[in-house]
Structures are given as structure tokens and as C-alpha cells.
Design a protein around this ligand. Structure first.
Ligand code: MSP
Length: 613
């Protein structure tokens, strides 16, 4: 049975975030349950104690959380960079679901960005209507995300009727608040990036026919001179409110270097923003309400998708906004960290709770692009390295602050060493029939491994390194949670991997295969070594669920951990060591004995051979 303080903690957590007043209400509620007076100190102690040696629930609360990926352009098929954006959001959302009591408290949206000049031109080039192109490529994204186990709850296409309603309503609010005016816009427009550029951001380069052509300094994409009457948004009015927002919440844009970049941009000039195009030039989009001669700028259209998904303009959207975390690539930071919050403030709403920013995948040091022919197809990678294998690779190697280079050999080396050998090997070593013939979770012996380090006695077997292992694994869930909060998922995986190595060292040190179950001297220690190793594996399996859901399921099932015992709230590592009963002791291990993750080097050798013949 779970200790009573654990049962009390959840209702209290529901109230915890709403501040001190609600905390006091929580105290009174607790008093009613306990039938006696409770001090603030008691309550604090309860919170600390209930997080146990793990501390993993410190940041957890039952408030709703809404995660979003960018919506993807449908001008070309998805590549691994797109999958990476979606995977980061998926891992964050899955980790969050492990922390909160109810999965219904999270929402996770993705989708496709289908309007604009870029799509209009791509459809013409492909000899398709824009609708045909959108249907085709949007279906590819949906299929890829299903295949890659992306656990989104919503998929939005900007060509849907519900989105047109939301965008036109949003436009109406901006206009009613006097934030739109009509004016002459003259300047450079980059169709590939769908943005206007000042003269300083344009350079001239030799084009395909040798003539000098204007291109965007940042992306290298061609730009063209545009002069037309448009609707313009009073962006310049929002410089100070945006600066205040970033000052008040230094984690609003994470990781920190991206926050700094935005602060820097806001110190520069912030001109008003053109938010429509002449429909004779851009017909593939949402018309400006009441003025069919203008089409709404595709970035305004696209950004509002985050509201459409949660039911905007109906009031229901308020239960998901602004507890929103946007996951985006660094190339679209300005749109999300300046234009979007300004538009939201303009419409009387708050900026999003968090903007998590990541860098890009390159191939042989070069940007991935169709024209360079170096695009890595995510479908092939999922087939070749398995879904969980490829998810693990991208999230373990992808560092948000810097671009990462992709090559196949790196995938094979990482997966073989960390998933097949270290983690799979550890599980196999502790559950194989020859070492664990009863097929159960063995009993932990407190005399062999007393809570207090440094004790001596005939039956004490634990050494200093073993205590170091226990404290490292005990601290792991909190460490992982902190890395997730800082959007450093690769560091969370690095920490897990380091503990897996330490656990292998523990097993190696005590060589349980040399101990005998029949020996009354060996048996308690043999059981303890296996128990500790299985407890470590249980923690690893639980923490890996957001990144490798199927592999973690296989691991936890093999350990006999039921579906209701896989949350972070239920993760009491090595309770017997801390003097509590352990629900797993004596439990039958799961029946599935196959390899956790097969080594890839052999299967790849086969693949290469098959390719040659
Ligand atoms: N449609 C806009 C987003 C609108 S959101 C309101 C867009 N689409 S995109 O398809 O070009 O990019 C979608 C996401 O994929 C972005 O986060 C972008 O950074 C990411 N990536 C595109 N290429 C990438 C890499 N090579 N590596 C990692 N992520 C990359 O922008």
C-alpha cells in the first residue's frame, strides 16, 4: 500500500501553483482530512518527504500544458530536421505526462503550413493545383509522425475552415484595437522564407545564368523587389512590452543564448510589419475580411494555428492559453519571439509560456537541401535503425545550442554501444535464466547493503562505489527533469547513459555469476546485487519512456512493472534501502525474454551486402 502522505500529495499539488493563498487553502483541506491543525512547516515537510529520495515531483503540478511543433511547409517531403522538431516536442510532452496525474492535462499539436507564395509557386512547378500538393505532402507528414510514434493529440492544416475562422477573427480583433493601417510597403520579399527583408539583410550573388541576383544574407534564398499597398501592423509599439516580458521571465526563451539574441534584436530598430499581400499576386491564402483585394500574410495566418487548435475564438481556448510551450528551430525565432508575442499582446492576450529553440542538422557540414541532393530521408532511417533507435539517436546527439552533423556511422556506433551493449546487456545479465532461475524480482538484504555506508561486519558486502551508484540513480529523475526543463534532452540521456555504465560496473564488480543460490552465504548478497541492478533498470526504463517508448515498454514489462507503476510519481527507487517495503520483491518477471535492442553493425553489414548484390 502507498504511504498516506503520497495520497495526500496529489490533491495538494493541484493547488500548489496558484500561489500562497491556495497553499493556505491546501493546508486547511489537509487539516480537514487529518482532523488536526497543520502548520506550513508540516506541509513543506510533507512535500519534501513525499518526493522521497528522488525529488522528481518538485516541478510537477496538475496545471494544463500545451505543446506545439511548428507547422511544416508542404512544398517538399519531410526530412530528418522536421522529424527532429517533432521529436523534441514529443519527448517534452511525454515527459510531462509522466509527471502529471492525468494525461488529459496535456495537449500536443502539430500540422502543416499550406498557404503562401512558397506553396503557390511549388504547386505550379510540380504541375499540381495547390490543393493537390497540400493534400499529398500533408499526408506524408501525418504518416511520418505516426510511424515515428509522435504522440500528438491534434493535427492542423491551415487550409481547414476552422482555421480561416480563427485567423479572420484574430484579424478583426487587431483592427478593432486600431493596430492595423493601410500603407505603401516597398522592399525586398523572400518567397522561400516568406519574409520581408531590410536592405541591410540583402546581398548580391551570381545566379544560375551568371547574372548578379539579390539574395537573403541569412538564408541565401532569392529575394525580389516588392512595392504595393498593404495592411500594416503597428509592431513598433510593442518593443517595450516585449522587452518587459523577457525581463520578467528570463526563461521565456530557452536555451539562454536564444533569449539573449531576441533581447539584442529588440535593441535594434523594430519597424511596423506588413501583414497582407495583394491577392492578384498571392491568391493562395486567407482573404482579409471585408477586403478581397488583399490576402493575409502567411506568417500571421500560420502563427494563429496555435490558437485554432485549442478552439479559438470560442472561450474554451482560454483553458490552454497561455500555458503553452512552442518548440521551434532557430530559423523561425524572430517570427515566434517577436512577431507572435507582439500580435498576441495586440489582441489582448499573453505571450506563450515558453519558446524552446533548437539548432539544425547538417550533412557533411552543409545545410540539407533538395538542390544539394543531400536530404536525409527519415523513413529510410526509421526502417534501418528502428523507430526507437532513430528517436534515441536524434535526441541523444541533437544539441539545441549548436548545429549537429549527421552521418550513418555515428548512428550505428551510438546505438550499438548504448542501447544494445550497455542497456540490453545489463538487462540480459540480470534476468537470464542461468543467473535468475526463479524468474522473479529478488529480495534486497539490508544486512548486506545497510543504509549507512562504512559499516563493517561479516555480512556487510556493499562498498563505497555501490553507495555512489545508489545516490547517482536516486538523484537521476530530478536531474533528468531539470534537463528537460532547460530543453537539454541530450543531457538527460547522457545522464541516464552514465548511470547505465555505473550499474554495469556494479554488476561487474560483484560478478553475481560467481555466486551460488544454493549457498546460504552467497544467496542474500546475490539477490541484493540483482535487486539493486533491477531497481536501477526500472529507473532507466521509466526515464527513457519519453524518448524510446517501445523499448522502455519492453524493458519495464520484462521487469514486471505494470502500466500504473510507470509514472514519475510512482518511481520510488530502492525503497528497501530507505526502510520502506518494495512492491516488486518476489514478483514474477515478464515472460518476454528476447533481445532488448539488437546490435546494428551486423544487420548493417547485411544491408550493405544486399545493396551490392
Ligand atoms: N512553416 C514554417 C513554420 C510555421 S510555425 C507557425 C516553417 N516550416 S518548415 O517546414 O520550414 O520548418 C519547420 C521546422 O523544421 C522548423 O522548426 C525548422 O527549424 C525545422 N527544420 C528545418 N530544417 C531543419 C534542419 N535541417 N534541422 C533541424 N530542424 C530543421 O518554418
Amino acid at each position: 500500500m502507498r504511504p498516506s502522505h503520497v495520497l495526500l500529495e496529489r490533491p495538494l499539488r493541484c493547488l500548489g501553483r496558484a500561489g500562497i493563498m491556495l497553499r493556505v487553502s491546501a493546508l486547511r483541506l489537509l487539516e480537514r482530512i487529518l482532523g488536526s491543525r497543520v502548520s506550513l512547516l508540516d506541509y513543506t515537510c510533507l512535500r519534501l518527504y513525499s518526493s522521497g529520495p528522488l525529488g522528481a515531483r518538485e516541478d510537477a503540478h496538475d496545471a494544463r500544458a500545451y505543446f506545439t511543433t511548428p507547422i511544416f511547409y508542404v512544398n517538399a517531403a519531410p526530412h530528418i530536421g522536421h522529424l527532429y522538431s517533432a521529436l523534441l516536442a514529443d519527448a517534452l510532452c511525454r515527459h510531462r505526462r509522466l509527471q502529471v496525474a492525468s494525461a488529459a492535462a496535456t495537449r500536443f499539436s502539430t500540422g502543416t503550413d499550406e498557404h503562401g507564395l512558397k506553396i503557390q509557386q511549388a504547386a505550379t512547378a510540380a504541375g499540381l493545383t495547390p490543393t493537390e500538393l497540400c493534400d499529398r505532402v500533408s499526408a506524408q507528414f501525418q504518416q511520418l509522425f505516426r510511424d515515428a510514434d509522435i504522440s500528438s493529440t491534434d493535427f492542423i492544416r491551415t487550409t481547414e475552415a476552422r482555421h480561416r475562422v480563427a485567423v479572420q477573427h484574430f484579424w478583426g480583433v487587431l483592427r478593432a484595437r486600431g493596430l492595423l493601417y493601410k500603407g505603401l510597403y516597398e522592399g525586398w520579399y523572400c518567397a522561400s522564407d516568406e519574409c520581408f527583408l531590410p536592405e541591410t539583410k540583402v546581398t548580391w550573388q551570381p545566379g544560375p545564368s551568371g547574372d548578379s541576383c539579390p539574395v537573403s544574407l541569412e538564408s541565401g534564398h532569392p529575394v525580389s523587389w516588392t512595392k504595393e499597398e498593404n495592411y500594416i501592423f503597428r509592431l513598433s509599439q510593442f518593443r517595450e512590452p516585449l522587452q518587459r516580458w523577457l525581463q520578467d521571465d528570463p526563461r521565456a526563451i530557452t536555451p539562454e543564448p536564444f533569449h539573449q539574441a531576441v533581447v539584442q534584436w529588440l535593441e535594434e530598430e523594430l519597424p511596423d510589419l506588413s501583414v497582407s499581400r495583394r491577392s492578384s499576386h498571392l491568391h493562395w491564402g486567407i482573404p482579409v475580411p471585408g477586403d478581397d483585394s488583399q490576402t493575409i500574410y502567411v506568417w500571421l495566418d500560420a502563427l494563429v494555428n496555435y490558437l485554432t487548435v485549442i478552439g479559438y475564438p470560442n472561450a474554451e481556448f482560454k483553458s490552454w492559453w497561455p500555458t503553452t510551450s512552442h518548440i521551434i528551430g532557430k530559423d523561425i525565432l524572430k517570427f515566434h519571439a517577436i512577431y507572435w508575442p507582439a500580435l498576441l499582446l495586440g489582441a489582448g492576450m499573453s505571450p506563450p509560456h515558453r519558446i524552446y529553440v533548437h539548432s539544425h542538422w547538417t550533412v557533411c557540414g552543409q545545410k540539407m537541401s533538395k538542390s544539394l541532393g543531400n536530404v536525409v530521408d527519415p523513413r529510410t532511417c526509421l526502417d534501418r535503425y528502428t523507430v526507437d533507435g532513430f528517436r534515441y539517436f536524434l535526441l541523444r546527439q541533437g544539441v539545441p545550442n549548436w548545429d549537429c552533423d549527421y552521418y550513418d556511422e555515428k548512428v550505428v556506433k551510438l546505438l550499438d554501444s548504448e542501447l544494445a551493449d550497455a542497456l540490453g546487456g545489463l538487462l540480459n545479465r540480470c534476468t537470464a535464466n542461468r543467473i535468475n532461475p526463479s524468474g522473479t524480482y529478488p529480495v534486497f538484504c539490508t544486512t548486506c547493503f545497510p543504509r549507512q555506508p562504512g559499516l563493517v561486519g561479516p555480512s556487510v558486502r556493499a562498498q563505497a562505489d555501490d553507495y555512489a551508484l545508489v545516490s547517482a540513480v536516486a538523484a537521476l529523475p530530478k536531474q533528468v527533469a531539470d534537463h528537460y526543463a532547460n530543453f537539454q534532452i541530450y543531457k538527460a540521456l547522457e545522464a541516464v547513459s552514465s548511470c547505465v555504465r555505473q550499474t554495469n560496473g556494479f554488476v561487474q564488480r560483484h560478478a553475481p555469476w560467481k555466486l551460488k543460490w544454493e549457498s546460504p552465504v552467497d544467496a542474500p548478497w546475490l539477490g541484493t546485487v540483482l535487486h539493486v541492478a533491477l531497481e536501477c533498470l526500472r529507473v532507466f526504463g521509466t526515464l527513457l519512456q519519453p524518448v524510446t517508448p517501445s523499448l522502455a515498454d519492453k524493458l519495464l514489462s520484462r521487469l514486471g512493472v505494470s502500466a500504473t507503476e510507470r509514472g514519475l510519481g510512482e518511481l520510488y527507487f530502492l525503497p528497501r534501502f530507505y526502510g520502506h517495503p518494495c512492491p516488486f520483491e518476489g514478483r514474477r518477471l515478464g515472460p518476454e525474454t528476447g533481445l532488448l535492442f539488437p546490435r546494428l553493425d551486423q544487420s548493417r553489414a547485411w544491408l550493405v551486402k544486399a545493396h551490392r548484390t
